[in-house]
Design a protein around this ligand. Sequence first.
Ligand SMILES: [Zn+2]
Length: 148
Amino acid sequence: MSEQAQQKQQQHRLMAAIRQYGGDVADIPFWEGCEQGVFLLHRCNACGRHYWPASRCVEHGDHDMQWVEASGRGEVYTYTVMHRAYTPDKKDKVPFVIAVVQLREGPFYHSNIVDSAHDEVAIGMAVQVVMTPHESGLTIPQFRPADD
Ligand SMILES: [Zn+2]
């Protein structure tokens, strides 16, 4: 198979997974990054402001937007502990933590806090990204307590 055909097949697979996960195909480069263990944000090169998901800059529109590698660091802005499994697939996962992480670059990212007891999660806790395989076929960013 040619490299171009392989790329096309890879994009097709990702698009199907993104739709299943409930994401937007405008974020394909982001999900490709996750598969490679790289956390990307969409940056306006005119002012340096970072965005997630893929966006137009509020000041400069979309003429100079680029996916760039980000720190993968941030802090817990707010969170909730889920004690009840509202869907059968969560039965073995409760309790788990859903959080809004404010990334170091500015944007907010909704995800889970992992590798931490649910009662040790706190607002302001420093976290770092950890890439996790998801049943949709995507690799998704979750966050765990930061090493330092
Ligand atoms: Zn801008």
